[in-house]
Design a protein around this ligand. Structure first.
Ligand code: KG4
Ligand code: ZN
Length: 327
């Protein structure tokens, strides 16, 4: 069975073709970084218009790369939410139009579930059940995954998402959009012992997170000690340490609490090297194993949508003709 996956929830147009017998056949991604950079963040209307421009050429490219025709597709999976409404509507409208024209089903996919399943595209994927840490620009969640579609949220952020905090602190430190990766690079030049950020919520029971206090702490450090290059790097380094420590402490707690020894980490922040290093170290001491998507599938992409769509399709799910999105 061959599925076309379409991702247009935010600032990346992602398209992929997944074959249930051969795994991922091919995928393409168009990033809108250059388009939004001068505005310091994503401009929703520009994002939607760019998806309109890029989606058909990308679909043509993946079909050629996979050596198939539109008529060979068995279903179309698209991100129905969460995301920017206009951006989501581009993917949803296109998926439904193709579905109607080709007389094949369209399958709506939840973006966060797609992130969560992305590590299953890799060789040696984890067996169910497992724990999942979802860390993106909009979400920070610890989830107990007992089977495909069976998700129990154990903890989540009470304010900012982790990626959002990276982006906001990056802005304070005058770094360009997208902030997370830029902050990670700046942190490499910083000293970790100059500022000591708190580790929010670690002394409280439970598995919830909070990141907005770290943002305020970064702003206060910046205002008090100035914006020279070394100070900015030191703030970036101390912020990253605190954010990563908080995630790792809660992951360790979740492993101990549930007894689950497999941890999946996905979403944009899972690309962060420091997070990966510290999680590996923690996992060793807990005799557990961490699973990630390959780096290019940590952030938004069409492959994870095609894969999640296939799993839903196998359960007999498909949407009706109505074009609905869930921003
Ligand atoms: O999953 P994603 O591409 O989009 C959402 O679904 O939100 O995640 C984007 C988020 C942004 O906040 C971005 O700054 C963050 O992931 N991010 C990173 C890194 N790469 C992306 N944060 C920290 N370190 C990184 N290397
Ligand atoms: Zn995402």
């Amino acid at each position: 069975m061959i599925i076309l996956g379409i991702e247009t929830s935010c600032d990346e147009t992602g398209v992929a073709i997944y074959d249930s017998t051969k795994n991922l056949m091919t995928h393409r991604l168009h990033s809108q970084i250059a388009l939004h950079a001068k505005f310091g963040g994503v401009v929703p209307e520009l994002a939607s218009r760019d998806h309109v421009r890029k989606i058909l050429p990308l679909i043509q490219e993946v079909l050629i790369a996979a050596g198939i025709e539109l008529q060979n597709l068995d279903a179309i999976a698209y991100t129905a939410g969460p995301g920017l409404v206009g951006a989501l509507l581009v993917g949803a409208a296109l998926a439904h139009s193709l579905s109607f024209a080709l007389k094949i089903p369209a399958v709506a996919v939840n973006h966060m579930e797609a992130h969560l399943l992305a590590p299953l595209l890799e060789p040696n994927p984890p067996d169910f059940p497992f724990l999942a840490l979802l860390v993106s620009g909009g979400h920070t969640q610890l989830i107990e995954v007992t089977a495909f579609g069976k998700y129990n949220i154990l903890g989540e952020t009470v304010d900012d998402a982790c990626g959002e905090a990276f982006d906001k602190v990056a802005k304070i430190l005058q770094l360009p959009y997208p902030g997370g990766p830029a902050l990670e690079q700046l942190a490499k030049k910083g000293k970790s012992d100059r500022f000591h950020f708190p580790r929010p919520m670690v002394n409280r029971k439970g598995l919830d997170f909070s990141f907005s206090g770290l943002k305020t702490f970064a702003l206060n450090c910046f205002n008090e000690f100035g914006g020279d290059e070394q100070t900015r790097a030191d703030i970036a380094c101390a912020f990253q340490d605190a954010a990563v420590d908080t995630l790792v402490i809660k992951c360790r707690r979740a492993i101990q609490q549930t007894g689950l020894l497999r941890l999946v980490v996905a979403g944009g922040v899972s690309a962060n090297e420091m997070l990966r290093q510290k999680l590996e170290h923690m996992a060793k001491t807990e005799k557990s194993q961490v699973y990630y998507p390959r780096l290019e599938f940590c952030t938004d992409n069409g492959a994870m949508v095609a894969y999640a769509g296939w799993k839903h399709f196998m359960l007999g799910e498909k949407t009706d003709m109505e074009i609905k999105v869930y921003p």
